[in-house]
Design a protein around this ligand. Sequence first.
Ligand code: TXA
Ligand code: MG
Length: 314
Amino acid sequence: MDQARCNILVSTDPSAVVTAIEVLSNDGIVALPTETVYGLGASIASPRAIGRVYSVKGRPPGHPLIVHIADPDDLERYGRDLTPQALQCAQHFWPGPLTLLVRRTDRVPDVAVGGSSVVGIRLPANDFTRAVIRGLGDAVVAPSANLFGHVSPTTAMHVCDDLGRSVDLIIDDGPCLIGVESTIIDCSQDRPLLLRSGGIDVEDIESVLRTAVATDLGPSRAPGMLTVHYQPHAQVILARDIHDAAEIDQEVRSSGRSSVIMRHHDRLPLYASTLYAQMRQADRDHCDVIIAVLPGERGLGRAISDRLSRAAAR
Ligand code: TXA
Ligand code: MG
């Protein structure tokens, strides 16, 4: 790890939790691990730090940030008029990769949510980050810790590569276990709505809520869900299956360009957890084309296909 380029502290360092809390309390920004991807955290009570999160990422101001909490009881500090669906989901899936959109309380400043009346709240399954939020005594708002539109970071090194010393502190807690972002469900109205597929299967949510979850992945609902997103520098070409991938690979190579076929397409958890790292590695290797087999639309396959399709859109 290149310490000169970034201020990195390993999560097992005895001073790491206290140092992260100190930085956050002093209007600083800290890259924190979660089970999905690394987040770029700011205290919800620091408008200055929140402003820096947007500018460091190059993220447009209208795109709301997710509020990260440490304990289920915190849901009511930041969310109000909670629907039975929101409460059921929180109880069943937290801690875990699920973000719930609910109406916000006054504790959530306009600047964190682009003035929206709803807020995305999530309780990550990462003990380090929860200890930091608990110690801070307030929520941490965090988008993924990558440059806007780029591939999300699943290691501390990825954060360092994208953001360098613009981040006050990066906590290294090893590679993220899940590797794709949280599932986002809008629970602010009677009918639950899927805004982003992610680490929790929508089928599991439907079976807990005993109702179908409608899908609306349009840009109007979740301002950050652009068609062109999660993009490596290499061109991404999607393949139906591994034979199709091999054919594309041959064609690309015969045209004089370099290519790589993404690994683990037939083992969904491993495909998800290595997805972004494989794309970043291909870029480091100056690969021209990344070929990715689309998994089926069930379970984690839905989230993987979604990210691959956005990565392939030009
Ligand atoms: O797994 C995750 O959710 C990661 C980790 C760090 O927690 N976070 C993450 O944040 O992916 P971000 O900002 O990169 O993506 C969140 C998406 C954005 O598209 C944003 O527009 C949408 O969620 N979103 C967040 N709050 C929202 C709100 N109040 N209304 C509509 N969309 C919202
Ligand atoms: Mg993101």
